[in-house]
Design a binder for this molecule. Structure first.
Ligand SMILES: Nc1ncnc2c1ncn2[C@@H]1O[C@H](COP(=O)(O)OP(=O)(O)O)[C@@H](O)[C@H]1O
Ligand SMILES: [Mg+2]
Length: 237
């Protein structure tokens, strides 16, 4: 297993956000955690990255326990997060934003080569390289956030609600890029999403999260194609 999370519990004071979640990803998989607003998705990713303290549980990456490491060290092991709402730096240029993803990396990366590859993947980032990032549209900012996370050549990409606030056409485009990164470049991806349909379309497996607990896990295709499962777990979504 590339990532193995066991019995993860996260609370904010009296609020129990994550109530003993376990899941795992193999290298090369694209897996979704689907859940409504407030289900605990962002907390899980924050727990993995070390941005949110965990109350219980363990997180292993490449066989090593990482749950006691500070956040920057976890990133150095090869995990990167595309945060909710992109969180780009609006006053920095598009290119400067991109380069922030390369800071502090311990392993040698061919930054020039990575930038060239990312420009090919997201041409808008080359075209608008010198402009303030605030001038990008929502969908373009999401592309920038994905590119920034990819520049360090991570082994695992965590993606938090990349579809939020995007028009359906743009959602499809961004998901298609993630699917390609997985299929053609072997990138392992964990998506957390409210948009169940779009994320299941590109996922191998999925976990359904309800108020901090996993209520279903299985093949994405089964969830998409079985009307009973769909009604039970994706009702209204
Ligand atoms: N910093 C925080 N302080 C207090 N409660 C929080 C905090 N962050 C999240 N929560 C609560 O934890 C629960 C899970 O939130 P979150 O992980 O953001 O869910 P999701 O990403 O699925 O919308 C919610 O009830 C939310 O209100
Ligand atoms: Mg969230």
């Amino acid at each position: 297993m590339l990532l193995e999370v066991r019995d993860l519990c996260i609370s904010y004071g009296d609020i129990r956000a994550v109530a003993g979640i376990g899941f795992a990803l193999e290298k090369g998989e694209l897996v979704s955690i689907i859940g409504a607003n407030g289900a605990g998705k962002t907390s899980i990713l924050g727990g993995i990255m070390g941005m949110v303290p965990i109350n219980r549980g363990s997180i292993h990456f490449k066989g090593k326990a990482i749950h006691r490491m500070p956040s920057f060290e976890r990133a150095r092991t090869g995990i990167r997060l595309v945060p909710e709402r992109a969180r780009i730096f609006p006053r920095l240029s598009v290119h400067e934003n991109l380069m922030t993803g390369a800071y502090g990396m311990r392993r040698k990366i061919d930054v020039g080569g990575r930038v060239a590859w990312l420009h090919e993947l997201f041409p808008i980032l080359k075209e608008r390289g010198g402009q303030p990032a605030s001038t990008l549209s929502g969908g373009e900012q999401q592309q920038l956030a994905i590119a920034r996370a990819l520049i360090s050549n991570p082994d695992l990409l965590l993606v938090d609600e990349v579809s939020m606030g995007l028009m359906p056409k743009l959602v499809d485009q961004v998901f298609e890029v993630l699917s390609r990164l997985n299929r053609e470049h072997g990138l392992t991806i964990l998506l957390v999403e409210q948009n169940a349909m779009a994320s299941l379309e590109i996922s191998h497996r999925a976990y359904v999260l309800e108020t901090g607990s996993c209520v279903y896990d299985g093949n994405a295709a089964d969830l998409l194609n079985d009307p009973q499962l769909k009604a039970a777990y994706l009702g209204g979504r």
